[in-house]
Design a protein around this ligand. Sequence first.
Ligand code: CTP
Ligand code: MG
Length: 236
Amino acid sequence: MKKLDVLILAAGSGKRFNSNTPKTYLKLNGFPLIYYSINSFSMLEDVVNSIYIVISKDMEKKFIDIKNRHLSDFKKLKGYIIGGDTRQQSVYNGLFFLKKLKDEERGGYVAIHDGARPFIKPALINNIFNEAAIYGGASCGVKPVDTVKIVNDGIVKTHLKRDNLINIQTPQIFLFNKIFDGYEYIINNGIEITDDTEAFSYVNGETKIVQGDNDLIKITYKEDLKKAREILKRFF
Ligand code: CTP
Ligand code: MG
């Protein structure tokens, strides 16, 4: 049976959040933010092969401390990988690490997840994985509430049909070898992307979208913590 290797991204510096401790390590109800997504993936014992956290070199000491304090019970958590200056470089470093493992040590599929999105429900991970097993790639997303326009120099140029738009979320799950090739392509060609479905598209990968979750917020600004505390009350 094919399984998932999980990369949880926590190597960002959280510029927009603007705190001394990077947002992914902030405590929420006594646990660091990344604890929650590691916990959700860990619940899928039969599906998950391994979990790795992608961290920044500067935070290595802090991460090891957090791992010893809060994450030592997670048997699927196999270690950490040093990320890069951009999200795409962090993902690539994670994929490159997995690529160097023996084929039989990998699960065949990789889940890429923002550590800044703590509230991922295990049932949703399963839904995404089921579709990725059919299409090769799958992600979740929610319909935007606002109408979105393409503008140039402050002038509206293109009117988009809201029904065709989706706010993309993570986790995104892909056939490992194919997303690796997609990332090799964009890195070697100096292409900048902001999500993994785009890297997948460069190797003709099509990503199926499944219904996401409004609780799956990304902690971006300080105000988001208030929302996170409210969601947490319902989540556990
Ligand atoms: N990320 C990463 N490596 C980077 C940049 C981002 O692993 N060099 C991760 C973040 O830790 C986060 C996820 O990618 O879990 C989504 O990125 P974002 O919300 O933009 O986080 P930051 O880049 O840290 O925040 P900001 O853009 O405000 O600086
Ligand atoms: Mg960022």
